[in-house]
Design a protein around this ligand. Structure first.
Ligand code: NOJ
Length: 552
């Protein structure tokens, strides 16, 4: 699965914004890479308050990206190359510029009133409860007062992104129709934005200040548990499945806020008829420190276990909401190439479908803008001003936010060493990372040793080795501080993966259960001249290797 952030992928008309014709021009490159499905972040008509996660028309393409005809052309051309297309359905909220909301706010008896969540003020005129909005905008509340009708509407994110009311059957039916329309056109499935937050707790009670509360602004609490996995959420998903997905050969994936080992089967077990799979945040979160090897082993072992319950999982280390994986979990200086390849090995050899985010295949890194005006991410901007309000110096706030900003992954794709990295002939909507003269697609094409070439080999390898897809997962050297070592076994095949996730050389240690085995090296991120396992005494920094065990 390859995630495309269209705005930053390839600009075909020089307006500084990536577009569908740009993507069409790069389909051959994606086919070369070997991917077989694209997830597009939202490309629908939108005021772009949250870069498309604020949809103003679910049945049209944003003019900055092109037209419906461009999309149909893309669909045809992608299908002809064996590449499927998933659209990002943002159905917890819409834009406040959506026709439904414009109607809804007109009067209490408007036919669209109940498409959104309206509540009267408390007797003192204040907000219906203490819920905060995730972007920390306005006074921090998740409610905005609308003078026209004297009520507040709910928005878990920006005031320009009002929450839809999934209790209201006509809204549901309209959304089902809209999704069927895309599927009838040939779309191959959907990624569902924050799909666990559609159901709100009855009566809209205040949220306690739980350990999951992220921030508190003016007494409004941003709590991840506020509207997540509320009782009744499964009824919503079973109905979506029945009315939209049933009987179709499509793929669905949910963005799993609040998804854990205990509840994942409830959403994704095939027999439940809700979603095909989800991605979770247990290892990847810009809000927590990077994972340790111990956490990695524990999480991956638990998720591999869950897969026995009729569940299919996913693997990723970055996406449009996270920093660049090579900067966060790798080493983006001296060992950029090696560490990008090592992380790719982890993503491609752990159980589940690997998700690549655009630019990972050439090892794109985080960006460091020198002032807040260069940032676009609403989280970064919201948190910055809240930090300043609390007395922090601008420089310090920027230094804290830089490594975790979502803009790190949203910088334009680096195609070549020409101006603006060949992304656009105009002025890019977000500044290009300054390292583009050396980190770019064209440079990778010149070397058979490039990160891109390595991804190609990994992707091919998944297709050739059933143990990578269906094999069980068994960690060896379970306490090693720097080295991950694991076996994937399936029927006659056993693979051994070794990854030295550190900047240091580490003495080779062969665990007792592997002594006497014969190993054939399938892939390495170090030159072939480096002897294989058994023939040397140390693993090199960020070395990653895949072996086939000949006599398991
Ligand atoms: C999750 C999306 O991935 C993120 O980019 C967006 O800001 C929020 N949902 C709100 O839609």
């Amino acid at each position: 699965m390859y995630e495309i952030y269209c705005k930053s992928f390839c600009d075909s008309n020089g307006d500084g914004i990536g577009d569908l014709q740009g993507v069409i021009s790069k389909l051959p490159m994606l086919q070369e890479l070997g991917i077989n499905c694209i997830w597009f972040t939202p490309i629908f008509t939108s005021p772009q308050v949250d870069n498309g996660y604020d949809v103003a028309d679910y049945q049209n393409i944003d003019p900055a990206y092109g037209t419906l005809d461009d999309f149909k052309e893309l669909l045809l051309k992608a299908h002809a190359l064996g590449i499927r297309i998933l659209l990002d359905m943002v159905l917890n909220h819409s834009s406040d510029e959506h026709r439904w909301f414009l109607e809804s706010r007109k009067s209490k008896d408007n036919p669209y009133r109940n498409y959104y969540i309206w509540q009267p003020p408390k007797t003192d005129g204040s907000e219906p409860n203490n819920w905060g909005n995730y972007f920390l905008e306005g006074n921090g509340s998740a409610w905005t007062f609308d003078k026209a009708t004297g009520e507040y509407y709910l928005h878990q994110y920006s005031a320009k992104m009002p929450d839809l009311n999934w209790e209201y059957v006509p809204l549901r039916e309209e959304v089902y129709r809209m999704m069927r329309w895309w599927l009838d056109m040939g779309v191959d499935g959907f990624r569902f934005d924050i799909f666990t937050r559609f159901k709100k707790p009855a009566g809209f009670p205040d949220t306690p200040k739980s350990p999951n509360a992220l921030l508190d602004r003016n007494g409004f609490i941003v709590d991840r548990d506020m509207c997540t996995c509320v009782d009744g959420i499964h009824e919503i998903w079973q109905n979506i499945h029945k009315n939209v997905m049933e009987g179709r050969d499509i793929f669905t994936i949910g963005e799993g806020s609040g998804i854990n080992i205990q509840n994942v089967a409830d959403y994704t077990a095939q027999s439940r008829k809700e979603l095909d799979t989800v991605y979770h945040f247990n290892l990847v979160s810009r809000k927590r420190p990077p994972f340790t090897l111990q956490q990695f082993r524990t999480e991956q072992t638990q998720w591999a276990e869950v897969m026995k319950k009729d569940v299919w999982t996913t693997q990723y280390l970055s996406n449009h909401d996270q920093p660049r994986m090579v900067s966060r979990y790798g080493s983006d200086g001296q060992f950029r190439v090696e560490s990008a390849k090592l992380l790719a090995v982890l993503v491609h050899t752990m159980p589940g479908t690997p998700f690549l985010y655009q630019g990972e295949e050439i090892g794109m890194t985080n960006v460091a803008y020198s002032c807040i005006e260069n940032y676009n991410d609403r989280y970064t901007v919201g948190e910055y001003y809240s930090m300043l309000e609390n007395g922090m110096e601008a420089e310090q706030a920027l230094a804290i936010l830089q490594p975790k900003s979502r803009d790190n992954t949203r910088t334009p794709y680096q195609w070549n060493a020409s101006r603006h990295a060949g992304f656009t002939t105009g002025t890019p909507w977000l500044k290009v990372n300054e390292n583009y003269p050396s980190v770019n697609y064209e440079a990778d094409q010149k070397s058979s040793d490039s990160i891109f070439a390595f991804y190609q080999q990994l992707i091919r390898m998944r297709k050739d080795h059933p143990a990578i897809i269906g094999g069980n997962l068994e960690f060896v050297l379970p306490d090693h501080e720097n080295v991950l070592m694991y076996l994937r076994r399936y029927e006659q095949e056993t693979l051994l993966i070794i990854a030295n996730k550190s900047d240091c050389e580490v003495p080779v240690q062969v665990p007792p259960e592997l002594i006497g085995k014969v190993f054939r090296r399938l892939l390495s991120n170090r030159p072939e001249t480096v002897p294989s396992l058994g023939g040397r005494s140390a693993w090199l920094p960020w070395e990653a290797e895949i072996y086939c065990v000949e006599n398991p």
